[in-house]
Ligand binder design. Structure first.
Ligand code: ADE
Length: 225
């Protein structure tokens, strides 16, 4: 899978994409993540990328030309399954959407400023708008990091079988059961006996019950969907 990320702040993404599972997935060749600085397609000697808003509202607006130029260049090289804009008024991201996108071949992700992007970009160039939650970030970069991390970890082969992403919370519509490690007792706090029993059937049953109980308690909305 190839993911092209268009941003004015590529450095902001270096760290989230440069560690742990996402880094390993790139090293092993499961995913090719390319950061593109929109400023490289900026207008004129000053590489201008934003301008005043028509109508006099406060703040600068990301111009359509640099983004159009960069997108056209990339689109000439490959076909994209989706061109995504991250914005708080997009469709709220969830695990089924992530799973679907993990099967894509080419994904383009535009990071911008929700209030400050020429609306024609959204009307004519973007194929899907996604929000990572009902709050406003300073820009799309952190949201893009969240989206890419979520997609990469469910790509087949990225996580080993025993820690499979299929056992994550939300994969079966439920929260995950709790996990414990050694020591069996710390500070008088004991690991649930069933987990020490060695009885795999009982353990699986307990985990199922816990998943359901925790979901009822913490996220009853998931059971209504
Ligand atoms: N950009 C700013 N806020 C955002 C959010 N909540 N989700 C996605 N992109 C954003």
């Amino acid at each position: 899978m190839r993911i092209d990320i268009l941003t004015l702040l590529p450095e902001l993404l270096d760290s989230p994409l440069g560690f742990s599972i996402v880094k390993r997935a790139q090293t092993k060749g499961f995913v090719d993540i390319c950061l593109h600085n929109i400023r490289d397609c900026g207008k004129g000697t000053y590489r201008q990328v934003d301008d005043y808003a028509f109508g006099g509202s406060a703040g600068m607006v990301m111009m359509i030309e640099p983004i159009f130029t960069l997108m056209e260049k990339l689109k000439a090289e490959r076909d994209y399954d989706e061109i995504i804009f991250l914005t708080p008024d997009g469709e709220r991201l969830n695990q089924p959407m992530v799973n679907r996108m993990s099967n894509y071949t080419n994904l383009m992700v535009l990071c911008g400023h929700y209030k400050g992007i020429d609306h024609r970009i959204r009307e004519h160039l973007i194929t899907k708008e996604i929000s990572i939650g009902d709050y406003v970030l300073s820009g799309g970069e952190l949201a893009a990091a969240v989206l890419v991390d979520a997609i990469v970890r469910v790509m087949p082969g990225v996580i080993s079988d025993e820690t499979s992403a299929l056992t994550d919370s939300f994969q079966d519509g439920l929260l995950s059961p709790p996990v414990y490690s050694r020591p069996e007792e710390f500070n008088n706090w004991r690991v649930p006996e069933v987990l020490l029993s060695g009885n795999h059937k009982l353990i699986a049953q307990w985990e199922e019950e816990q998943a359901l109980e925790r979901t009822k308690l913490l996220r009853p909305d998931l059971l209504k969907e």
